[in-house]
Design a protein around this ligand. Structure first.
Ligand SMILES: [Zn+2]
Length: 381
């Protein structure tokens, strides 16, 4: 296990690459943003919007895939306020909205005066899939993630729209299968965030192929046939999480501090639509040795908002904390017992990063910011 010299990303993160200088690709890509000619990128965005503005008469010019979060607010701000487009917002609902999340999706529609077309996930499938995906692949939000990459493409095509705007190109920021800098989000549904394990879910006959159809991403053939042009806004304008948050706040986006203080995160403004979503985030910790705090700390370090030294103790403290409220809610939702939950959790610990003592408790073999230290002493003796 090797850590980036600049931020706190370890090389255990799937898809991440490190350069010869010991610095990760996300850090390099962030620095590269400073040398991009953003004026000419903005011109590219303007001419792209010119191509589609008014293409449907008085109806929608384009669609924006939104969650209602800070990045969504920023996307709508750029496309509607600056580019003067007439977008429709396409959103995938949660099964366990927070009050703040609901206020934010309501706010985005009101603040920017937009229609929202939202899909409410099939509650029976969502419930069955939460447990199945936790037990089988350690990703309880697999079904909801699949919808995020499927619904906006399909709905935009069904509405006859040709331009669909997404936010950040995760594969470019973090590395992955399609890690080139490109405006096109054509390959996004294939980016491996959602593992292509469809047949596994049908095996025991609880769910049919038809019930999963709405979560199935467009094939490249379907995409080409639809004439859709899906793009990443992060190609056209500088992309900085904290800046997006500051802009979003100016339009009424709310953080979650007054509703719920989550354990295990450094902030109160990222992925706050659902509390349960954090279980998925947390599972990166047993699997890869880093979770939400590492991710946010690394973003802050890159943006110059904090130093690596300041963030190491924070990451040590927060990444390993799984919010008790999430555990309670997940067990109640899926009907799992505590024993079943924690036994399943055991499956996802990577023995190269953790060891289990004789009572089953897991301990880190690594030190944040340093790597494997392999001090295997039982802390009890
Ligand atoms: Zn880095």
């Amino acid at each position: 296990m090797k850590y980036c010299k600049k931020c706190l990303m370890p090389d255990t993160r799937p898809g991440i690459t490190f350069m010869e200088d010991g610095v990760c690709a996300p850090c390099h890509n962030y620095e590269k943003q400073k040398t991009v000619d953003w004026n000419s990128r903005l011109e590219e965005l303007k001419s792209l919007c010119d191509q589609y503005r008014g293409c449907n008469g008085k109806s929608y010019d384009c669609a924006i895939a939104v969650s209602g979060g800070k990045d969504s607010h920023f996307q709508v701000y750029v496309i509607k306020e600056i580019m003067k487009m007439n977008p429709v917002l396409l959103s995938t609902g949660c099964t366990d909205w927070t009050r703040t999340g609901q206020q934010n999706i309501q706010n985005i529609a009101e603040a920017f005066s937009c229609d929202v077309i939202s899909i409410q996930p099939n509650p029976r499938v969502a419930k069955i899939m939460a447990k199945k995906a936790f037990v089988e692949i350690g990703s309880p939000t697999w079904y909801l993630d699949a919808l995020i990459y499927a619904f906006p493409y399909r709905m935009a095509a069904q509405l006859g729209l040709k331009l669909l705007v997404y936010g950040e190109n995760v594969n470019y920021t973090y590395g992955g299968k399609y890690n080139v800098e490109t405006p096109s989000a054509k390959f996004q549904p294939l980016n491996d965030v959602v593992k292509p394990v469809w047949d596994k879910w049908l095996e025991d006959g609880q769910i049919t192929e038809q019930e999963l159809a709405s979560a199935k991403q467009m094939t490249l053939e379907e995409y080409d046939a639809s004439g859709l042009n899906a793009v990443y806004l992060s190609y056209f304008v500088p992309w900085d999480t904290h800046h997006n948050y500051e802009v979003a706040r100016r339009f009424g986006f709310r953080h979650m501090e007054h509703e719920y203080r989550r354990e295990g995160t450094l902030e109160n403004y990222n992925q706050i639509d659902s509390i349960g979503y954090l279980l998925n985030q947390y599972l990166k910790y047993p699997k890869f040795g880093h979770a939400s705090a590492t991710e946010m700390a690394s973003r802050w370090i890159r943006a110059g908002l904090a130093t690596r030294e300041e963030m190491i103790p924070q990451v040590k403290l927060y990444d390993k904390r799984l919010d008790q409220g999430i555990v309670d809610a997940f067990m109640q939702y899926t009907g799992m017992s505590a024993r079943e939950f924690w036994t399943t959790m055991d499956k996802w610990y990577n023995p190269q990063l953790f060891y289990q003592d004789r009572d089953g408790v897991w301990h880190e073999k690594f030190e944040v910011g340093v790597g494997i230290t392999d001090q295997k002493q039982n802390p009890l003796f």
